[in-house]
Ligand binder design. Structure first.
Ligand SMILES: [Zn+2]
Length: 310
């Protein structure tokens, strides 16, 4: 499942091609790829056809492209959705292609975006843009701005800011940690509190600060909470930097699914392999229908210190 760094690679690849482009035509090849589109707001094809795309914006792992000032095309990538940039002569025989947007760009000419999804959990939608709750810029658009900047698609407005967002509220995050008795990994995956962190980067950040994922969030000191947040930022930043180098200048084949960061993982997917810090074999444990990976020595569950008895 794509997390923040993978989606940012997609966004950065799409941005130069879509910003300022006009949608010349739309092919909906599989209507299941519009399950998140509310038909009551209008027909997807007619809303998109002729529209000018203003930017490619991301919050956490959600991506949208404002069209005009009050609507956006929202990409829900699901488990396997991809937005692939194609030249117009690229063969159109991809059997997993669900929707095609034919673009006309003032500098780059004709281009095509294929929404490709091996499974069908992903969706595109046209959605209303609503003002952000905190009045700040809604998401990351690499400095491209416009009247839409302080607005967010209604479908995405419940998603919290991601930790790389300059408007992310550290204090509110640390306060929330202190209030929650659930395991700290579960809290990291709560997209309503902090977005963009999925299973992979949660395991990596927890390994970095030697925390067990089941450690109750409320048992962390403020200092440990800050260390964890710094580790999350560090891991996301490193993954972004690696993704960025792999995909730099590769704007005709945007593909966020490759495992370019895999060689840098310390915990995720390393069950049975030695912990890079202490050499103890790493373990895999089931977690919310998925797996957690940790070092049984460095990342022990620690009982909250009992108050000293009088
Ligand atoms: Zn270890």
């Amino acid at each position: 499942m794509p997390e923040l760094p993978e989606v940012e690679v997609v966004r950065a690849g799409l941005a130069p091609a879509v910003t300022g482009a006009r949608v010349a035509a739309v092919d909906v090849l599989d209507a299941r790829a519009l399950t998140r589109h509310d038909a009551a707001s209008g027909d997807f094809e007619s809303l998109v056809t002729g529209a000018r795309i203003e930017a490619a914006v991301r919050r956490g792992k959600f991506l949208w492209m404002p069209i005009g000032v009050d609507r956006a095309i929202v990409g829900h990538l699901g488990m396997s959705g991809q937005l692939l940039l194609r030249t117009p002569d690229h063969p159109g025989d991809d059997r997993h292609a669900r929707i095609r947007l034919h673009l006309d760009h003032p500098e780059h000419g004709e281009l095509r975006i294929d929404f490709v999804d091996q499974r069908t959990f992903g969706s595109l939608a046209v959605d209303r843009l609503v003002p952000t709750a905190d009045g700040e810029v809604a998401g990351f658009s690499a400095g491209v701005t416009g009247p839409w900047a302080g607005t967010i698609p209604a479908q995405v407005s419940h998603i919290a800011r991601d930790p790389l967002d300059p408007a992310f509220d550290d204090r509110a995050f640390l306060d929330a940690l202190a209030r929650r008795a659930s395991g700290v990994k579960r809290v990291l995956l709560d997209q309503g509190l902090v977005s963009g962190v999925g299973n992979i980067y949660a395991d990596e950040a927890l390994w970095a600060v030697r925390l067990h994922g089941e450690q109750p969030a409320s048992s962390l000191t403020r200092r440990r909470g800050r260390e964890l947040l710094a580790a999350v930022r560090d891991v996301l930043g490193k993954a972004l930097a690696e993704g960025g180098t792999s995909f730099d200048a590769q704007y005709v084949n945007v593909n966020g699914a490759s495992g370019y960061f895999a060689q840098s993982l310390n915990a995720y997917g390393r069950a049975g392999l030695p912990c890079p810090r202490c050499g103890t074999p790493m373990v895999r444990e089931s977690f919310m229908n998925r797996s957690s990976h940790r070092c049984p020595r460095c990342q022990r569950l620690r009982m909250p210190r009992q108050p000293a008895s009088a």
